[in-house]
Write a protein that binds this ligand. Structure first.
Ligand code: SIN
Length: 282
């Protein structure tokens, strides 16, 4: 477990984004190899703030983006999304005037339907609309902490099903992915997970993938899931990030959710996403 230090970094500048979570990071050039001592501070800040926004960046070449991702662990292959030509580890986020959907429009933790859902996701935006296209994040540690003792006791031993067929089937057809070529994983995860890096507990359910709490009647499952989601999505746990071109966001899927706001149609928004594989939630 990594001990959380005070904000005494020497090789990066971490400017807290809100009292709730996240930090803007300055003094790092992600288009270059990051020295080990600077990387150690980035890792520490990632655990401390849950979401990092690397500011004042150049466009990071895909090879470098992949290399930076691999510093955190093996990369995760998305079961359904289109990847960048020649770069199978890079998922291209792209919405245009012809898009039927944009990626990540509802609160979620990336690919939580996997047996070993992603540790974290790093997204750089290369084409931004003139305004709009923000991404929201929330703090699932805080959402868990604020639950009452009796609810914590009840959900502490419960698990939930995370499914993806209703999300991935047909979703990327207009971007060249046929339903016959994709996987639609399903997995059961504890509702409360313990972060392997910080030892802290967080809620681990989301509106996109979590479909049922196991061991309960359907009406009980629906009511408790609805209560947990409404609670976790409360504005007090959220932040809303406005992108500047080439900002790189890196979020921890183990302790936060996010959602992308598609309010910029018919404008275009494009970015590249590299996702780091995680552990089985415990
Ligand atoms: C996502 O990865 O869920 C999309 C995030 C975004 O486009 O801001």
């Amino acid at each position: 477990m990594v001990a959380l230090k005070p904000n005494d970094y020497k090789l990066i500048v971490a400017k807290p984004f809100s009292p709730n979570m996240a930090a803007e990071i300055y003094g790092v050039d992600l288009s270059q190899n990051i020295p080990d001592d600077q990387f150690a501070e980035i890792e520490n800040a990632f655990l401390k703030y849950q979401v990092l926004f690397f500011k004042e960046q150049k466009e990071v070449p895909p090879e470098q983006h992949v290399a930076f991702g691999k510093r955190f662990g093996p990369l995760h292959a998305h079961p359904a999304a289109p990847t960048m030509a020649g770069h199978p580890e890079v998922f291209e986020i792209h919405a245009t005037k012809d898009s039927k959907i944009a990626n990540g429009e509802f609160w979620h933790s990336d690919v939580s339907c996997d047996e070993t859902p992603p540790l974290g996701t790093m997204l750089q935006i290369h084409i931004a609309p003139p305004c709009g296209g923000d991404t929201m994040f929330n703090n699932m540690y805080a959402a868990y902490d604020d639950l009452s003792g009796p609810i914590k006791d009840m959900i502490g031993s419960l698990s939930a099903l995370h499914s993806s067929e209703h999300i991935y089937k047909g979703r990327y057809n207009d971007r060249g992915r046929k339903d016959t070529d994709i996987d639609c994983p399903e997995a059961v995860h504890p509702i409360v997970r313990t972060h392997p890096g910080t030892g802290k507990r967080s809620l681990f359910v989301n509106r996109t993938f979590t479909t049922k709490i196991l061991g309960l009647a359907d009406t009980e499952s629906e009511a408790i899931l609805a209560m947990l989601l409404e609670h976790a999505e409360h504005i007090k746990y959220q932040i809303r990030f406005r992108w500047t071109l080439n900002d790189m966001a890196f979020w921890d899927n183990r302790c936060c959710m996010h959602r992308a706001i598609w309010d910029y149609w018919p404008e275009e928004r494009k970015g590249r996403r590299v996702t780091v594989k995680g552990d089985r939630p415990k």
